[in-house]
Write a protein of this length. Structure first.
Length: 647
């Protein structure tokens, strides 16, 4: 086990009045990291928190197993086969993201409702290798929800969120029959008391379960105190970001986060925890590094900072956290938005160092509004709403100062021309020297912004179409796939659509042919996870295919139901009239109907369990996965069904 490396994180909520007396402690500045200070001890941590007037994110329900500070401070796949297969659709090439379904070309791995399923595949023939519910390893009463998977050559990694819970039973005496002159109900006629059970959640933990890829036996586990936010994996290093609630109301309770690997517990020294002076301190941000080599080891970096982070971007160079808060100013009776961008860089060993901080205005929509290219970090934000809405582009340079300390240096801003009045950013995608931005109020302006001169970004082209895109995906060097909503001329959502745009001429963006639209019927609606989760989208550039699942409501005079289909689309950029066509439209609904014929009348099977979550290719076989079954199809023979397996 490596020695823990602990630095610390920041906060983004700045308090609005200097008269609050915040940060009366003279900070111990870190000479090696510009803008950071180190905690001296518990008393300084408590003083920083006590000096703040608003601690509304602090949890009064946290509970720790350790007796107190003094005591804790004394502690210190199967066989290889050459195949091509669909990988998770990620933002940055080489930076993997956790998802509920993964494949290595030999097996399909899924996690749903805490059931881990592994299916071996061979040209569409499937064998169930494992179907097992993962139980939380905490000895006390707890609930763990597992939601994400990762794979590498040696390990299957399952990530979850665990909550301890406590049960209290309250005794309630029924009202006196004689005094009331009434009789109690028959339900309580044989007793004078009844009981109410009430639960409250205790301290949460981020859980990492590690299994051998060969035997599927659990070989290690790592838990980190706090709420799980997100994660990434680069090569064989897993990075997890979590928040640990700050609790200082009882001096016998250690407020610091902790890391457990197997039965070993690690707690940072106070002087290893860092913070940004003159910020608001409501949580510990914990950056955990799990090295998944032949020998598994873990490190944590702890930073005192905000209650939560808004969006996270991870490249091969480092982690960037961006968040904002609204602060109320009693003197002006107004609200203001403040944002803080903080960077953490990876060294040659994959360990984390502080990379500098910067401020911005507005809010960040999602991770695709953030990007690093070469030494420049770019982001788009929206401040305000309605007539006061302002959309901005920021560019910072990741560099070093005269003493070789990492800093984020602001170099340019574009705050005019991105969107018409009342429009806010609905999607963005950076692609090297350009960024494409969609804004919306009634129509969808799609902008190209030239970033080739980072000191002078400029809008070079725009196009207006109905609806608005919520996800953009570069298709080769010259085209852009946009998935989103279709709207009426008045801006009302009437369905979903996918469109293709030609971006080869940065001065004249054009739409290629017609969009593929899925228009709602009367009083109906449609939805797709692909609108808000890029990992739900199959992207296969080699085959010129993409796909995702769509849910549609269907009304009739006698019934209402939701239809689910998985659509596979083909892109032909040379077809100027219909560049996007539907290659296949498949469903698991018939399997649901068949299941109803083979169950006991008392058993209930939900149709929702047959909604298709993901699609993927392994060589020329096409697989569709729902919570109940996996189906395989021959893509070379008009997607003929090969077989299905009940999972």
């Amino acid at each position: 086990m490596k020695k823990l490396y602990l630095f610390l994180s920041i906060s983004l909520l700045s308090i609005f009045l200097s008269s609050c007396g915040m940060n009366r402690v003279n900070p111990l500045l870190d000479d090696n990291n510009v803008g950071l200070a180190s905690l001296r001890d518990y008393d300084e941590l408590k003083s920083l928190i006590d000096d703040q007037e608003s601690n509304y994110y602090l949890s009064p329900f946290l509970r720790f197993d350790e007796a107190g500070i003094a005591e804790s401070m004394e502690d210190g796949g199967g066989d290889e086969k050459n195949s091509s297969f669909t990988e998770t659709n990620v933002q940055v090439t080489g930076v993997d993201e956790g998802d509920r379904i993964k494949t290595d070309g030999n097996r399909i791995y899924t996690i749903s409702d805490n059931k881990l399923v592994v299916v071996e595949v061979n040209d569409g023939i499937m064998t169930l290798v494992l179907s097992e519910t993962i139980e939380g390893s905490n000895e006390e009463a707890s609930y763990t929800y597992y939601s994400e998977l990762y794979l590498n050559d040696n390990y299957l990694i399952v990530i979850g969120q665990r909550y301890d819970y406590n049960l209290y039973t309250f005794e309630n005496t029924l009202y006196d029959e004689e005094a009331s002159g009434e009789k109690s109900s028959d339900e309580f006629s044989d007793t004078e008391d009844y009981y109410i059970d009430w639960y409250y959640w205790g301290s949460p933990e981020t859980v990492v379960e590690i299994f051998s890829i060969q035997t599927l036996e659990k070989i290690d586990d790592v838990t980190i105190s706090g709420y799980y936010l997100t994660s990434r994996m680069i090569d064989d290093v897993l990075y997890l970001i979590s928040n640990h609630d700050l609790y200082i109301y009882n001096d016998e309770i250690d407020p610091r986060p902790r890391l457990n690997q197997n039965e070993n517990t690690y707690i940072p020294d106070f002087e290893d925890i860092k913070y940004i002076p003159e910020s608001e301190y409501q949580n510990f941000t914990v950056l955990t590094t799990v090295h998944l080599d032949n020998e598994i080891s873990s490190d944590i970096n702890v930073f005192l900072g905000p209650a939560s982070w808004g969006q996270t971007y991870v490249s091969k160079e480092g982690i960037y956290l961006a968040s904002n808060t609204y602060n109320y100013n009693e003197l002006t009776n107004s609200w203001s938005s403040e944002g803080l961008l903080v960077s953490y860089l990876f060294d040659e060993n994959g360990l984390i160092t502080f990379g500098g901080k910067a401020n911005y205005e507005g809010t960040v929509l999602n991770q695709f509004s953030l990007d690093r290219h070469e030494q420049y970090f770019r982001m788009v934000t929206t401040e305000g709403w309605g007539e006061d809405a302002i959309n901005r582009l920021y560019i910072f340079e990741q560099t070093v100062d005269s003493e070789d300390r990492n800093i984020l240096n602001f170099i340019s801003e574009l705050d005019k021309g991105i969107g018409k009045p009342n429009e806010t950013i609905r999607s963005a995608r950076f692609n090297e020297d350009i960024v494409t931005v969609v804004t919306f109020e009634q129509t969808d302006p799609l902008y190209i912004i030239d970033l080739s001169d980072p000191y002078n970004p400029k809008i070079t082209s725009e196009i207006e179409v109905t609806g608005f895109g919520t996800y953009q995906h570069p298709w080769g060097d010259n085209f852009l796939l946009v998935i989103g909503y279709e709207t009426s001329d008045e801006g009302r959502i009437i369905g979903l659509k996918v469109s293709l745009f030609d971006t080869s001429d940065g001065d004249n963006i054009t739409q290629v042919g017609e969009s593929v639209r899925f228009i709602n019927e009367n009083n109906a609606w449609s939805y797709s996870e692909a609108l808000f989760n890029h990992k739900a989208i199959l992207i296969d550039m080699d085959r010129n295919l993409f796909g995702f699942s769509i849910n549609n409501s269907i009304y009739s005079e006698t019934s209402y139901m939701i239809k689910n289909n998985y659509y596979l689309f083909e892109i032909n950029v040379d077809d100027k009239e219909s560049p996007i066509t539907i290659k296949s439209e498949l469903s698991h609904f018939d399997f649901y109907l068949n299941s109803l014929e083979n169950i006991d009348n008392q058993e209930y099977i939900s149709y929702y369990n047959y909604f298709i979550n993901r699609g993927l290719f392994i060589d020329n076989t096409y697989y569709l996965i729902s919570d109940e079954i996996i189906t395989s199809y021959n893509s070379l023979n008009d997607f003929e069904l090969i077989e299905f397996i009940d999972i």
